[in-house]
Ligand binder design. Structure first.
Ligand code: NAP
Length: 675
């Protein structure tokens, strides 16, 4: 294979490697296959992102950017085979590619969908409800989020050259912030291809994505309070980068995802012969061998009830013995190579430390079979299992991450001890628990929740559909305290917030309505020229309001509704019993009767642009209504969200008031309206 020149994409131009470039070897053959690294115009790159990419992205709405993510994901999906092909050189097998390449694309799809469903088709994201800051509501508060006006610098680890980029890029672009992506040099050739595909698709605006092959030069020294560094890698590198003077001086946001000594706990109920025991063995062996153990979420510590260590070691060893190690391109291969000879050497060093406190009970790095590849040239290792007899006295097994197929079994006395051992990792990305006992699950979450970013619980009921201990999901937060970096990524819209500033806005309802694009009670109500249900989505204005004539509620209405629906609850039927209830003065109308009447009062019955009533949010009944009272309805357009070219959702704020103008009920009504 001729040497690949891995280029950077800087300020709109591709830059080839120069004399400072580093050589990259194939993980499988050890042969040099690529080179990467060049002096880059760092300030120009930052300016290009800030002055070209940022403004273009910020012009788009959240929905525009979500659609852009979907288009990018679809385009990447068309080029998966080329990405797989290149990625075999990193030592990864086809099932590893499913995690990295398919997983990365899937993450982008989830952010695209969440952006459309959970964020507005506008430029301001509202965080939480309006806060009433004054007696009459003439002065209110609202938290809003707007995109940072700088650039996101993404520094990624070698193990997931595609997922590692896309899991950061998707929330960044959705926020409206341009990115400069710097993957680990060892696998940057796969990332380069993915970047090339995205740039050539023409989907991204100029300046939204730049790419660094090799080092970032003095980029971190040039960042400002509008920039973000999002780092994934080892704890040591994170510490060196986050203590950069400029980063500290300017309070540059620094999100860190580091390594961690993740634990998996076998519940006391999960004895050999139970489905949970078998499940545990399967999960642990999968986590040890997927990506040849080079996963930040891999299980490093295996916590089992004392007395059951031997059974676990035997079952795990039997399963690990079936792991075919070798050429990652071969279909029969279960575990490929580590990323490089250096990574293999690092793991061998680390197992010396672990070996001082634990005995190796499976896997010999000096004697194992490699199929279809040269064991001496490729960075191959076998899965290696250790047993630590005294985990309380041990230190290294709790703080040494051998970033390869390495894990240590240790026994616990009771659940408190299991929790204490899990927490001895001083903060992790994920802990798992295999138990069928909900009381055990609760105890572990209460005792260990504060130390772990994610707790994965699995048993016979969920195992068929469970997603696996090691898989960070775009819907759920990924990150952890302490050793794991103290960061948090993904988690749906939470992950987007790293790239936005939350600002507390205080002002009148009219101000808040204009800023958020959402009508706020107290803001101007507009009377439209015709009934709002007769007008199409685009013709409705925010704040447009319909007022109905009053309707008097009679005892007959209440009786009729009770008999018709079967709701003969005593508060509607029995004067004395209702009066004994602290909430009611006597017999009252059903809340649902009032809602139904309200619909009858505001509806426009003829066929028109309102296609369907899709729901009702935040319903509150505030004041009882009795026979003889009358109600009237106010219906106001609160927000409008385009769904597709044919229709959009209208959220109406509805209030019911009585003859004294007292609030009886309040809710948001959702309708789908034709364009
Ligand atoms: P690493 O050596 O810490 O490198 C991580 C990244 O930092 C690479 O892109 C590296 O670039 C870059 N880097 C190193 N020194 C730098 C500097 N002075 N300025 C700017 N960038 C610098 O980690 P790795 O070996 O790639 O990855 C393995 C580690 O990552 C493991 O410890 C693993 O647990 C952790 N990890 C964590 C997660 C997570 O989500 N928490 C995910 C995956 C991996 P070069 O390659 O060019 O040196």
């Amino acid at each position: 294979m001729s040497l690949l020149d891995i280029r950077s994409f800087a300020a709109g131009a591709w830059i080839a490697p120069d004399e400072s470039a580093r050589m990259i070897a194939s993980a499988v053959t050890g042969e040099p296959m690529a080179r990467a690294g060049a002096a880059l115009p760092v300030q120009e790159m930052l300016d290009h992102a800030r002055n070209v990419g940022g403004p273009a992205l910020r012009k788009m709405t959240f929905h525009d950017r979500a659609r852009m993510l979907k288009a990018l994901a679809m385009d990447l999906g068309k080029h998966k085979d080329a990405l797989y092909d290149l990625s075999f050189n990193t030592g990864a097998t086809q099932s590893d590619h499913l995690i990295d390449i398919d997983g990365g694309i899937g993450t982008m799809f989830v952010f695209a969908s969440k952006g459309r469903r959970e964020m507005p088709d506008g430029h301001v994201y509202l965080d939480g409800e309006v806060e009433q800051l004054s007696r009459t509501g003439a002065f209110l508060g609202q938290h809003v989020c707007t995109p940072l006006q700088g650039v996101a610098v993404h520094i990624n680890a070698f193990n997931f050259p595609v997922w590692g980029m896309l899991e950061k890029l998707a929330p960044t672009l959705l926020a409206g912030v341009p990115a400069i992506v710097k993957p680990a040099t060892a696998t940057c050739y796969v990332t380069e291809l993915a970047v090339k595909i995205m740039l050539e698709s023409g989907i991204l605006p100029d300046g939204a994505l730049q790419f660094v092959a090799g080092g970032v030069g003095d980029m971190l020294d040039r960042l400002t309070c509008q920039d973000v560094v999002s780092f994934t890698g080892s704890a040591a590198t994170a510490q060196a980068l986050r203590s950069n003077d400029n980063i500290m001086r300017n309070s540059v946001r620094f999100v860190a995802e580091q390594d961690s000594l993740n634990a998996s706990i076998l519940g006391p109920d999960a004895a050999p012969g139970t489905p949970e025991f078998d499940l545990f063995v399967k999960e642990v062996s999968r986590e040890m061998t997927a990506k040849a153990g080079q996963k930040c979420t891999a299980i490093r510590r295996i916590l089992v009830p004392q007395g059951r260590e031997q059974a676990v070691i035997e079952a795990l060893s039997a399963r690990l013995a079936k792991t075919v190690i070798g050429d990652p391109r071969a279909e029969s291969t279960r575990m490929g190579a580590l990323v490089s000879a250096a990574q293999k050497a690092d793991v061998l060093e680390k197992i010396k430390l672990i070996g001082a406190e634990a005995e190796r009970v499976f896997g010999d790095p000096d004697a194992f079979e490699v199929r279809g590849a040269d064991a001496d040239k490729g960075a191959f290792l076998p899965p290696m299992l250790f047993h630590c007899a005294d985990p309380d006295a041990a230190e290294r097994v709790h703080d040494t991450e051998a970033f390869g197929p390495v894990s240590t079994v240790m026994g616990y006395r009771d659940m408190a001890h299991a929790v204490a051992l899990a927490n001895k990792g001083q903060g992790s990305l994920v802990a798992s628990l295999i138990t069928h006992d909900p009381a055990v699950a609760r105890e572990v979450v209460l005792g260990a929740g504060a130390f772990h970013g994610r707790i994965y619980i699995n048993d016979r009921d969920s195992m068929k559909e469970s997603t696996g201990h090691g898989s960070p999901l775009p819907h759920m937060v990924h990150g952890g305290p302490g050793r794991a970096g103290g960061g948090e990524e993904l988690g749906g819209v939470r992950g987007v917030m790293h790239y936005m500033q939350r600002t507390a806005i205080q002002g009148s309802p009219q101000m808040l309505s204009a800023i958020g694009g959402t009508w706020v009670p107290g803001a101007k109500e507009i009377e439209g020229p015709t009934h709002p249900f007769t007008r199409r989505f685009g013709a409705l204005a925010i704040g447009e309001t319909l007022y109905t004539a009053p309707r008097t509620i009679t005892l007959d209405d209440i009786e009729h509704f009770a008999k018709f629906t079967g709701d003969t609850f005593y508060a509607h039927m029995d004067e004395d019993a209702a009066a004994r209830n602290p909430f009611f003065p006597g017999r009252v109308a059903h809340g649902y009767l009032l809602l139904s009447f309200a619909a009858g009062m505001f509806v426009e019955p003829n066929e028109g642009p309102v296609l369907a009533n899709t729901g009702l949010d935040g319903l509150r009944f505030m004041k009882p209504v009795q026979a003889g009272d009358s109600i009237k309805v106010r219906l106001t357009v609160k927000t409008k969200t385009k769904r597709n070219e044919e229709y959009g959702e209208v959220r109406w704020h509805v209030t019911l008031t009585n003859q004294n103008d007292e609030l009886v009920a309040e809710y948001d009504l959702l309708t789908m309206n034709a364009f």
